[in-house]
Design a protein around this ligand. Structure first.
Ligand code: IVH
Length: 694
């Protein structure tokens, strides 16, 4: 690989890794398995090692992902909240241990704990009383979720331990998660209400912890496991304690966890890798020599066997230097401490038999196969079906009814056929015939790339999926409207598009007070979610956010998508498919009419910029600004978006209603002349940016 190719590959990897990080931390969704993610990260690290001059300051190898959300107050962490390095083999663990021993120059005892699969949390206790709970955020600052965390039953509001009660600040960190039982109950309830179930317990825990209503947290029964006391806030020694005891519990991870557990703190289950024994003087010793292959294989196997019986989700084992004084010698990178490493389990897999393949019509008309198979227990849930993606996938994976597939469950469920598992078992298979017509409305299917689409204009399945998507949690969040209710609306012909949900008078009989309230609340849902709710092909939640961050208003986006869609592709993360899809959608007269009805109903079309004070400033309110010329700091489109974001109007031609002309290089002479005639002030980039406080 030459330097040019390496540069291109590094950019590609950065873009992909940033995208996966965003999906994981903001959308709580894993698009790829942890192992695939780490393989890409390692490839980027290796390229950065070879070409250090090409390392970007904001490379994903240098920073942890971010879960920050605008709805919460951001709080700076006293000590950064880092991530952990991952290992997928015993060899990697042994290599890490050698490194740790080398920097310490002495024996090192290692503790191990479950790697709880939830969201990290920092709890601050002032003189023993819980005062603040903050998420990891971007590692430097996190979201203040104190009120929500107080609703978690096992979180102690007061820690009754004399040393902690004497401490002005005691910080303990851990993981908030959703036990399988609460997860199953929550999803059963959601399905009964016709709401979208959560994809996995981590996703449900994240959605719950970031809920803006604390009562939701109480109802959904989250749990917590705490595993680290930050080193800067050491618990003062208690002279009343027996000497041996306090030296141990302050210094050793397992002893600290056990001690705190005894004081009512829900700590992690922490063990030494080495067996404990007493030496000739009665002091405890830990066999550090046994951090070897045999012992590690035993520890890992033990966890793998016990994992299906655990009532909370774990995704690996964390190995940590047990003694605090040795940790500080190990140091850390900007992303993770070197004194700990996470051994990650591979995604669980099982073989099963395909029983049926059905076809589902989505909101964009895409017809997707659903593969149904004999139920298999994977990562705490009983899995019965998985997406078959498209015709090419069914073909490439040799998926056939009666045939066998291997199903893997990581973040998502991906069926995979295992070639030659048991050839005899697959001899009676029946090939899957891909339909030529829409199974719902009978319209012909059209193939675009690998996917098939129904082109039926009035396909009820498409309308059903569009409406379900529109009311869903991450879109308009109109609570209480489920699939069955929507089916009735369509059956009765009273809802023909999403605007009818607000406009149709006949709907009132279906609506409870809760739905009406929720529908009213949906009018303040931010513009990026309105854009996502429209269900435009390739415009998922993160793309919608990206587009509105850039353009500030749906109307600006419409203008750009219809006039010059290529411009959209200049945004990092927007590709050709998305740009074409947006341009097609916004060029359709019916869609534009729908959009103006939604605007008239009062849905948000402009993205509000949250300022630290929580207020939205509109310094350009009431001003009409015309843009002319070429700019250095931002593109014309960006300036157009900024004018709208800050409350102004972007005028297309100079008139007596124009307040300012934002002029770059080569301003048109006609415009300049007219401006001078009318006495309109001409401002440059710097002046404009100052006006909006940038
Ligand atoms: S120790 C500096 N111990 O895993 C980080 N982390 O993938 C020290 N995690 O951010 C963390 N179980 O949220 C530690 N027993 C455990 C853990 C654990 C889960 C999480 C934690 C961390 C993430 C990294």
């Amino acid at each position: 690989m030459n330097q040019q190719e390496a540069k291109q590959r590094m950019e590609e990897l950065t873009k992909q890794l940033n995208h996966y990080n965003y999906r994981y931390y903001v959308d709580h969704f894993s698009e790829v398995s942890d192992q695939e993610f780490d393989t890409m990260m390692r490839e980027l690290q290796e390229l950065e090692r070879q070409y250090p001059e090409m390392v970007a300051d904001d490379s994903p190898t240098k920073r942890v992902g971010s879960d920050l959300q605008q709805e919460f107050k951001h709080v700076k962490h006293q000590v950064p909240m880092l991530s952990l390095a991952n290992a997928y083999s015993v060899d990697e663990l042994l290599q890490w241990y050698e490194g740790v021993k080398a920097v310490n120059g002495e024996d090192v005892a290692i503790a191990y704990e479950p790697k709880y699969d939830g969201l990290s949390i920092s709890l601050i206790y002032k003189y023993g009383r819980l005062t603040q709970a903050v998420t990891r955020g971007d590692g430097v600052q996190g979201d203040d979720v104190t009120e929500n965390v107080k609703m978690i039953e096992r979180v102690p509001l007061v820690i009754n331990e004399p040393n902690i009660k004497a401490c002005p600040i005691f910080e303990i960190r851990g993981e908030v998660l959703m036990p399988f039982k609460s997860f199953a109950k929550l999803n059963a309830q959601r399905e009964a209400n016709g709401e979208e179930p959560f994809a996995n317990p981590r996703n449900a825990a994240a959605g719950t912890l970031k809920s803006t209503r604390s009562s939701v947290v109480r109802e959904r029964c989250l749990d917590v496991y705490l595993y680290e006391v930050t080193s800067t806030y050491r618990i003062p020694k208690n002279p009343a304690m027996v000497k041996d005891d306090h030296e141990f519990w302050e210094n050793d991870q397992c002893d600290l966890m056990n001690y705190l557990f005894g004081k009512g703190v829900p700590t992690a289950q922490s063990f030494h890798v080495g067996y404990c024994a007493k030496d000739g003087n009665g002091n405890r010793t830990i066999d550090t020599d046994c951090f070897d292959r045999e012992r590690l294989e035993y520890v890992i196997n033990d966890f793998v066997l016990r994992r299906p019986l655990m009532d909370y989700p774990i995704d690996g084992i964390v190995f940590k230097v047990a003694a605090r004084h040795q940790r500080s010698l190990c140091g850390s990178t900007s992303k993770a401490p070197k004194w700990a490493i996470a051994y990650k389990f591979n995604a669980e897999r099982m073989i099963t038999t395909v029983r049926d393949v059905t076809f589902q019509v989505g909101r964009t008309g895409q017809v997707t196969p659903v593969v149904h198979f004999d139920p298999i227990p994977l990562a705490g849930t009983l899995v019965r079906k998985a997406t078959g993606n498209n015709a090419d996938f069914l073909h490439d994976m040799h998926i056939a009814i009666g045939g066998q597939i291997e199903v893997e469950k990581g973040g998502e469920i991906i069926p995979k056929i295992v070639v030659g598992v048991d050839p005899c078992a697959t001899k009676d298979f029946k090939e899957v015939a891909y339909p030529k017509y829409c199974p719902e409305c009978g319209a012909p299917l059209v193939k675009d790339g690998s996917n098939h689409y129904c082109i039926g204009e009035s396909c009820p399945a498409q309308l059903q999926a569009r409406l379900e998507h529109f009311v869903s949690r991450d879109a308009m969040n109109i609570q209480g409207v489920g699939p069955r209710m929507i089916e009735e609306w369509i059956g009765d012909g009273i809802v023909k598009d999403v605007a009818d949900i607000y406009e149709s008078e006949k709907l009132e009989t279906f609506f409870s007070t809760r739905i009406i309230l929720s529908r009213t609340e949906s009018k303040s849902v931010p513009a990026h979610r309105v854009l996502f709710a429209l269900g435009i092909r390739y415009v998922g939640a993160s793309t919608a956010k990206l587009l509105l961050k850039h353009y500030g208003s749906i109307n600006t986006l419409v203008a750009i998508a219809t006039a010059c869609p290529e411009q959209l592709m200049q945004i990092d993360g927007v590709g050709e498919n998305t740009a074409t899809s947006l341009s097609q959608w916004f060029s359709d007269k019916e869609n534009l009419e729908l959009l103006s009805r939604l605007q008239a109903i009062g849905l948000q079309m402009e993205e509000k910029i949250a300022h630290p004070s929580g207020t939205t400033q509109k310094p350009l309110a009431g001003l009409t600004i015309v843009i002319s010329g070429v700019f250095e700091q931002h593109s014309r489109d960006e300036y157009r978006a900024m004018i709208e974001q800050y409350g102004g109007k972007n005028g297309s031609s100079v008139s007596k209603n124009t307040n300012y002309i934002l002029a770059g290089d080569n301003m048109g002479p006609a415009k300049r002349e007219k401006a001078e005639q009318l006495g309109i002030e001409i401002i440059n980039e710097e002046q404009f940016l100052k006006m909006i406080g940038q």
